[in-house]
Design a protein around this ligand. Sequence first.
Ligand SMILES: [Zn+2]
Length: 462
Amino acid sequence: MELRLYNTLTRSKDAFRPLDPNLVRLYVCGPTVYDHAHIGNARPVIVFDVLFRLLRRLYGADHVRYVRNITDVDDKINARAAERSISIRELTEETYAWFRDDTAALGCLRPDVEPRATEHILEMQALIERLVESGHAYVAEEHVLFHVPSMPEYGKLSRRPLDEMLNGARVDVAPFKRDPMDFVLWKPSTEGQPGWPSPCGIATPGRPGWHIECSAMSWRHLGETFDIHGGGIDLVFPHHENEIAQSRCAFDSGSMAQVWMHNGFLLVEGEKMSKSLGNFVTIRELLNDWPGEVLRLAMLSTHYRQPINWTRQGIGFAAKTLDKWYRVIGDVEAETGEGNPFESEIADRLGDDLNSPSAITHLHHLADVAEHEDASSALKRRFKGAANLMGLLHETETEWRARQRAAVSVDPDAIAALIADRNAARKARDFATADHIREQLASQGIVLMDNKDGTTSWELTR
Ligand SMILES: [Zn+2]
């Protein structure tokens, strides 16, 4: 199969050719750890997990290196730690553990390297020194700033006119900046703020700006130039533009990453998510109500470059789909690898710029094909293997049902009693009461099924 990826840098979908097929290198901007991650944060994590799985299948698991950083130095972190009267390390450790648990529940593999910004200060300082020596950065009032006019190709990724970039950057026009577009590489810390010895002979301890982190950590773990850099569309400018400026100027190279991939925005019920609108929803809250796999399928139902409208209806639809798919596979083992033609068909669809909606449509078709086969059928095992490539159907039907029961507090004895009441009502031809009981259970996501042999069974549909 051929992998084609849309590249924000070229604005075109091109065949992917790694710099070194023996080690395909992927970098994705990770979380700033100060609070629970929201569902918008989950989107790049899930999207690039699918890419990671696909690359591993194409090049071999030992020939892909996925790096996703952890921003653990940031003014929001300082403020939150002070607010909670805990140390910065305590806050970032706790928050990062939440993030790790949340993303594991969403079926995401751990990246190969999850570097922390605070453990890469030396690399940042080295980059800053290089940029100052080569005339791309300068020291002013204990800050180090990148001088944007020193890089003629600045703005190539976002392709924005200069005045728009100025607005987008919301630059504070500090009097010591040589150009309003210049951005901070290093800034002085006051007492109480985290600080490290400053580079370039600056006496006051300081801390890095945000953008320099990613240039330093990708350099350390992937080299001066690598294959794919990913993140949310909101990072194109200024963050990624600045990463490119720093890395290319520090290494005097023509490119930082060959392919730049960006996932689209996430809306909640048609609106921009914000705390003031009251529609701010964390991954953790959603996981209280739904298995992570349901959230994953709901997320992948929209192509990663399109804006996604996150709705309860979409989640419900994903839950129903998984319920059907688990019924189809039962407890069979997955067949994975090149020998599984279903898996290859899914890989082909994902190979077209991660077209997950097309892959899901095809999984529906494969489920229909496998559905009528007997339980030992190779088709069921192949269908499961195909879904596994997207990080779906890793459990058995038995495990899935157990998870659903655990997710909602359902009392099987109470349900059995209601079923008995309903049967008695039907016997007495009191259909109003019988229907009422059915609807009452349905409102809790419990669906009754009247079997041919006269018994009634029930199933959770959420
Ligand atoms: Zn970054």
